[in-house]
Design a protein around this ligand. Structure first.
Ligand SMILES: *[C@@H]1O[C@H](CO)[C@@H](O)[C@H](O)[C@H]1NC(C)=O
Ligand SMILES: *[C@@H]1O[C@H](CO)[C@@H](O)[C@H](O)[C@H]1NC(C)=O
Ligand SMILES: *[C@@H]1O[C@H](CO)[C@@H](O)[C@H](O)[C@H]1NC(C)=O
Ligand SMILES: *[C@@H]1O[C@H](CO)[C@@H](O)[C@H](O)[C@H]1NC(C)=O
Ligand SMILES: *[C@@H]1O[C@H](CO)[C@@H](O)[C@H](O)[C@H]1NC(C)=O
Ligand SMILES: *[C@@H]1O[C@H](CO)[C@@H](O)[C@H](O)[C@H]1NC(C)=O
Length: 636
């Protein structure tokens, strides 16, 4: 009898709890979504009007705003530096925004972008493509390409940054420079000095090769335009016209892949930082007799480097790396291209491409399951905001989940990737996000990364600006929805996958509630570090990590490690595989004067030298709009 009462009581409790969950549903008015949509559209229009300005203020028509900033933080005189940014003419940000707008339209029934909005940036596609190849190529670049008459070679042109470097040089000669320190802005003065000191190195960073990330993001754009070709026929035709040889993109993923066990000197070489952070994955593979092939960042081999550098195109520190963000985007590029029909499923008959796709998803799962070995600063070479890589991965999972709900996946490799990403997102990323969520006012939850978390007032009191809260919370909302819903193409709505935990649903609705309450409250800036350079401070210096090859970029070995210090002409890297025992011994040594940095204390732990990050308000708004419109479109 007593037991029965207990059971009835428990049942009542469960029903009551379930009702509580439902009653917490957040309502997002149409006007709210419309307001976000307008802000994004207006940003592109405003840039169109300002596009006639000269470097360092030049804006290419069609691009949304994306600013390069530096992570100044601490005292007010320093933190104010985060308000200064330079307009960066990259297609990467705009590609993300337009892709997200289309995704929001399909999966969230958000307003459709205008065909003009889609078309303008597509006009720019050719200048962001590899022009040095004797054939049509879809290998893409972060910055526009410019032809250098002297070398008869197309190379990357970061436009505003080059003009800015000159400007900073000039400033250092002016009386203003001393005044800066005198007025208490010593961080700025130090920053300018740092720029000057780094001068030569900065130029090598500006003249980067084409890269895998931009190449696979372009595949994502093509995939979604193909999906929407009935609604946006002109945009699709235009993209297709510029991308007549997609095998060049897929070939580049293979040609520059990292294959540590290949025995080939070029493909088995990698940045010592990447080896350090991913070595446990390699150790496990080696022990199990499994091979490894992974996408790298740069589409440049060491052989190509040896002559392309003289023409002004080289990887930072003359070596390639593996970044989890790039890995996740590669998985998305391949997944979306196949599932949309942009490329034939038979591309996976190529064993190397199939292996890269397979091993990439295994690395993503391994990294999320192991907290990125506590070193997101090395694992996420270009994406300091951790929630962002989770977002990248969740986008592939959503695509695969949609496909699964319509029938069996077209290849066992896709099945493997699906299984790996499901575990990565539904177990590890979900757990991390649920733990990372912070309580806002009322029943709301928010997320934040690192911008504005380490500032203080003149008297030393801590100031939390919450500068990347909208960005991080919007992204977390997208991650959870992408990971736990599938799209019902008949009804045009999203539904929770069977067995979605209540905690997830609750986190989603409370996150949506925070965004509704705060996006336009004026309390928080729509900031967010969506991109960064690989070098952030001394502990991200590649030559403090164990390596076994030291040479000039032309391939000539350097024997004297003591007196010949690494510089922009040298290349230090890890070739092949090193057993855990040997690696431990290497970790006990110092490398070019430094012990290997073992710990990461957050992106604000080091005050200098003000690492560069990229921020885009329209991207923040797009992410928020996509998250909220998908949330509205979930049918219980
Ligand atoms: C397409 O790209 C590949 C390189 O990946 C190249 O070998 C081939 O010639 C190109 N085809 C055309 C038609 O340009
Ligand atoms: C994919 O390629 C195969 C041949 O490799 C061909 O039989 C098939 O029709 C192609 N599928 C599509 C959708 O083009
Ligand atoms: C990499 O992929 C291949 C399949 O193409 C597989 O045989 C191998 O085991 C994978 N390696 C790892 C570490 O999962
Ligand atoms: C994960 O790594 C971060 C450093 O990025 C560290 O602060 C955190 O404590 C780690 N979490 C766990 C569960 O080990
Ligand atoms: C490579 O560069 C080094 C340093 O500039 C030079 O000493 C060496 O002769 C060069 N090797 C070749 C093969 O050009
Ligand atoms: C780099 O170091 C090498 C050897 O120490 C030296 O010959 C070369 O001039 C240096 N290059 C630059 C750009 O500093």
């Amino acid at each position: 009898m007593g037991n029965r009462l207990l059971i009835q009581l428990m049942l009542a409790c469960i029903i009551w709890c379930a009702c509580q969950v439902e009653s917490e549903e957040t309502t997002i008015p149409d006007e709210f979504v419309m307001k976000l949509f307008k802000l994004i559209q207006d940003d592109q229009k405003n840039n169109l009007m300002l596009s006639t300005q000269k470097p360092p203020f030049y804006r290419r028509p069609g691009l949304y705003t994306s600013l390069t900033k530096n992570n100044f933080h601490g005292k007010p005189n320093s933190a104010v530096g985060r308000t200064i940014g330079v307009f960066d003419n990259n297609l990467f940000t705009t590609n993300f925004i337009n892709t997200m707008l289309l995704e929001a339209y399909y999966r969230g029934r958000a307003p459709a972008p205008s065909s003009e909005q889609l078309r303008m940036p597509l006009d720019l596609v050719p200048i962001f493509m590899d022009q040095n190849k004797p054939y049509e190529s879809s290998i893409a670049a972060y910055w526009p390409m410019a032809f250098d008459e002297k070398t008869m070679f197309w190379r990357s042109n970061s436009e505003n940054h080059l003009a800015l470097f000159d400007l900073l040089k000039t400033i250092q000669q002016l009386p203003l420079y001393d005044t800066l320190s005198f007025l208490g802005y010593s961080d700025f003065a130090d920053f300018i000095k740092y720029f000057e000191k780094l001068g030569h190195e900065l130029l090598t960073i500006a003249f980067i090769p084409m890269d895998t990330d931009c190449t696979v993001i372009n595949l994502g754009v093509g995939s979604i335009l193909l999906q929407g070709k009935d609604k946006f026929p002109l945009a699709w035709e235009q993209w297709k016209g510029y991308n007549t040889n997609l095998s060049s993109a897929l070939d580049s993923i293979k040609d520059y892949s990292y294959r540590p066990f290949s025995g080939d000197s070029d493909s088995s070489s990698i940045d010592p930082r990447s080896y350090y952070v991913f070595r446990h994955f390699l150790d496990e593979a080696k022990a199990a007799g499994k091979d490894v092939a992974l996408p790298t960042t740069w589409t440049q081999s060491r052989k190509e480097l040896s002559w392309q550098k003289d023409k002004g195109m080289a990887m930072y520190r003359n070596v390639n790396n593996v970044c989890l963000g790039v890995t996740a985007n590669t998985v998305y590029g391949i997944t979306s291209s196949i599932l949309s029909g942009l490329v034939n499923i038979s591309v996976l008959d190529d064993p190397l491409l199939a292996q890269i796709y397979h091993n990439s998803s295994a690395l993503l799962l391994h990294s999320l399951a192991n907290n990125m070995t506590g070193r997101p600063d090395l694992a996420l070479v270009y994406y300091p905001s951790r929630v962002q890589v989770e977002w990248f991965i969740s986008r592939s999972l959503a695509k695969l989940e949609d496909a699964v709900s319509n029938g069996p996946l077209p290849s066992p490799v896709l099945g493997f990737v699906y299984k790996s990403l499901k575990a990565a997102m539904r177990v590890h990323a979900t757990q991390r996000l649920v733990e990372a969520a912070q309580a806002g006012s009322g029943n709301t939850l928010f997320f934040e990364e690192f911008l504005g978390t380490d500032d203080f007032s003149a008297t030393g009191a801590s100031i939390k600006t919450g500068e990347d809260r909208i960005f991080s919370t919007g992204m977390a909302l997208n991650v959870l929805i992408n990971s736990w819903t599938s799209f019902d193409s008949k009804r045009g709505t999203l539904k929770w996958v069977t067995g979605t935990p209540h905690t997830v649903k609750l986190t989603v609705s409370r996150t949506a509630a925070w965004l509704t309450q705060n996006t336009f409250s004026g309390k928080y800036r729509p900031g967010g570090a969506f991109f960064a350079g690989s070098y952030k401070w001394e502990s991200t210096w590649p030559n403090y990590y164990p390596g076994n090859r030291y040479q000039f970029y032309n391939g000539t070995t350097i024997h004297d490690w003591k007196t010949q210090k690494p510089n922009s002409s040298t290349s230090f890297f890890m070739e092949g595989y090193v057993s855990p025992d040997s690696y431990s011994a290497m970790l006990g040594q110092t490398w070019f004067g430094g012990p290997t940095p073992r710990d990461f204390h957050g992106y604000n732990a080091e005050k200098k030298p003000f690492f560069a990050y990229w921020e885009s308000e329209p991207l923040t708004y797009t992410i928020t709009m996509q998250g909220l419109s998908m949330y509205r479109n979930i049918e219980e």
